[in-house]
Design a binder for this molecule. Sequence first.
Ligand code: GLC
Length: 488
Amino acid sequence: MKVLFVSPEVSPIVRTGGLGDVVGSLPISLQAMGIDVRILCPLHRQCKDMDIRFFRKKLGLELGAQTIPFRIGQTTLGKFDIPVYLVENDELFDRPGIYADEEGDYTDNSTRACVLSKSAVLLYKATGWTPDVFHAHDWMAAPTAAYLNELSFVKKVRKIGKSVLTIHNLEHQGVFPQRDFVLSGLPAEYSGIDGFEHQGSMNLLKGGIQHADKITTVSPTYASEVRTKAFGQGLEESLKYRGADLVGILNGIDQDSWNPQRDPALPSPIDPLDPSAGKSACKRSLLEEMKLPPESRAPLFGVVSRLYRQKGLDLLLRILPSLISNSEANFVILGSGDGKEEQAFRELARAYPTRISVFIGFDDGLARRIFAGTDFFLMPSRFEPCGLAQQYAMRYGSLPIGRRTGGLADTIIHYSRSTKRANGFLFENANPSSFAKVVNRAIRLFQNPRKFASIQGNALQSPCSWESAAKQYADVYRWAMEIPSKEK
Ligand code: GLC
C-alpha cells in the first residue's frame, strides 16, 4: 500500500505544534508495518538549509486563470528512510512563518493551501510515484480531496487515489471570502453549501470534509464531540452528515524521542520502574533552573502550553492566588501566545517569586525538564482534540490534571478510590471551582507518598506508542480503498 501524507508541517523539519509532531512520527510506525509512506510539505524558509535534491522537471499548476510554477525537492525524515517531498515556490513559501508573520495571517493563505493540495495530485509528474491514498492533514491540505475528485468529475477519468482527511483541530478551518473560490481553480459546482461554502464564506476544511473519502480526528472522544454544537465550531452539521465515514484514532507519541531514560535534555535519567531517585534529581535541578527555593517536599505543578483560550489557562490564573495562600504548592509555567495571559502570568510570578516561576516563550529542553521535574502537570483545556503534552508528562512521571474532554478523557484515568488503574485527574466543568477542587485533591494525594507513587507508576506505564494508532490508520486506508480490513 502506498500513502502520501500532505501537510503544512512535519517535525523535526518544520513545526509549530502537535500537527507537525504527528506527521513526523506516525509515518515511522506505518513504514514498520510495510506501508510505502511518503510526505509532502511546502518548502518553507525553515527547510532551506536541509540537504535537498530536486527533480529536474519544472511543473506548472493551474489555479483558475493563473499558472503557478513549482519544483519538487526531496529529503528524508531525520534518520529514517522516509521520503519527504517539498513543494518549491519561493514567492509563496519562502517566508518567515508557516501561516503568518508579525502582521498576521498571510492574505494569500487560500492560494498557498491550494498549491500544496493540488501539487499532491500532480506529484507523480515529477517523481513517477502515485499513492493509493492521499492522507491530508488539517485545513491547509484539506482541498487535496477535492482536487482528486475534480479529475473524475471534469475529465471523467478514474480517480488516481483515495483520500483521507485528518482533523487535528476544528478551530482552524481556513476561512476566506467566497470570491476567492475562483482562485482555487476548482469546478464552480464545488463552491456551494454541499462543497466549500460555509456561512457565506469559502471554508477549506469544510470542502475537505465534504470531499474526503474518509475522515479521522485525533481521539475517539473528539470524534463524537465534533458532531455537537458545543464542539463542532459551526461544522457539526457537515460532520454529522459525514458521520458514517468519520472515526477517531488516538495519537501516540514518539517514544524514542520522548524517553526519560535517554533524554539528553534531562539532568538525570528517570527509570520508569524505579523513578524516585531520577524524579527527585530532576525536580531539584528544575527548581534551581527556575530560581525557586530548592524545597522539594512541596508539590510542584507544571504547565507547558500555548496560551490561548482553548488551553483554559485563564482558569489557572483565577485560582493561583488562593492555591498559593492555602497550600504549599509551587508552579512552573512555560508558554507563549495571548499577550494578556503572558502579562498576567508574569505579574503573578512577580507577586509570588518564591512560589511561581514563569518563562514566556518556547524552549524544548526546558519543556522536557518541566515534564521530568514536576509532580503534576496542568491541562485545563476547554477542548482538546488529542493533546500530546499530557502523554509526555505521564511518560516522564508527572501526573496530568486535565479537563474531561477529547484526548484528555481518552488518555487520563481519573484518580478515585475505586480505581487502581488511575494515572491522573480529570475535572468536568471549565470553571475555576471545578478546577481548584481537583488540584486540591492532587495536593492531598501528594501528602500520601505511597499512594502517590502507585499512581505515578501507572502514569509511567501508560500506553502511548504509535503502534496501535498505525494499525487503525492502515484499516482506514483499506476502508477508503474499499478493501476489507485484515483480521485483527
Ligand atoms: C492540535 C490539537 C491537539 C492535538 C494535535 C495533534 O494541535 O489541538 O489536541 O494533539 O493537533 O493531533
